[in-house]
Design a protein. Sequence first.
Length: 135
Amino acid sequence: MDEERRTDSVSTRQGLAQSREFRLGGSTAPWAGALVHLAWTHLERQNGLSGLSSKSDHPNIGIEQGFKERTYVVRLGEVEASPTAGFSYNRKPYHLDLAYVHDMARARVGQLFGDHSSSVILTFTLDYAELFNGT
């Protein structure tokens, strides 16, 4: 929730901008190394200044498969209308994750990133406790 105030030469107006998100879902492991995820996201937005409000519902569907005790993981899915794919490499204390998202966050921000977007996200995580054996 955020209170907005707009002032011009004639008046000052204020109103609340609110956003709510509800998620429901679950995962199952149908075979060794696999995870299947199904969920639903409900988004609500209201803007007191403009008087606009919106509600939308979006599925979240994904499958991932781990190999060599989840050292390598590949994944495919759709998150709130954005197709995704990814790859992870896990070898303690390192974790490397590479993800591709088509039309990232389209359900939340519309065309902020253009008519169509292709995003690549790379995350590297280092577990210091594991690296230094807890010291």
